[in-house]
Design a protein around this ligand. Structure first.
Ligand code: HEC
Length: 134
């Protein structure tokens, strides 16, 4: 009986090994790694563009970049978040960098821009023409 169990076990391992395809690992990659048109910064997971360094230095000192990755706001929405952190969480005055940071956030993490266009649900349709079914 033990012999049969051993054969069965070895069989399972072999089937597992034979059906393993490294290409399948890609499918398990996070959304951010799938979009091949955008470059992703390895360290933070944020979209890499010319303003990334500023965002990294101003926005990842207190918390993980995941807090940015998890949100999509309009420019006004991002300003609101920044003011909120300044009021309650000791975020400093960003001075001239604020514009750079907001340009980056609006471009890459707006509700309908950058990565979100590909990864999230589209905006509701606006001018829908309804017709009667007979
Ligand atoms: C001085 C520290 C500090 C810095 C620097 C900082 N934050 Fe925050 N931020 C916080 C704290 C504290 C929270 C609240 C975390 C929590 O709720 O667990 C927060 C929360 C957030 C949230 C979540 C807001 C929500 O509605 O839940 C976002 C988005 C965010 N930060 C983005 C940014 C961005 C963008 C920058 C760069 C401009 C930044 N943070 C820089 C302290 C900071």
């Amino acid at each position: 009986m033990k012999f049969i169990t051993a054969i069965f076990f070895v069989g399972c391992v072999l089937v597992g090994l034979v059906s393993f395809r490294p290409s399948q690992l890609n499918r398990m990659a996070p959304i951010s790694a799938r979009a091949d048109t955008v470059k992703i910064d390895k360290e933070t997971g944020l979209i890499d563009d010319s303003n990334l360094m500023m965002v990294k230095s101003q926005c990842t000192a207190c918390h993980s970049s995941k807090l940015i990755l998890q949100h999509r706001f309009t420019r006004a929405g991002w300003v609101e978040r920044i003011r909120w952190m300044q009021k309650y969480h000791k975020l400093w005055d960003l001075g001239e960098s604020e514009k750079v940071v907001l340009d980056y956030l609006e471009k890459n993490y707006g509700p309908q821009t950058g990565e979100s266009r590909a990864a999230f649900r589209r905006a509701p349709l606006k001018k829908v023409e309804w017709y009667k079914l007979n």
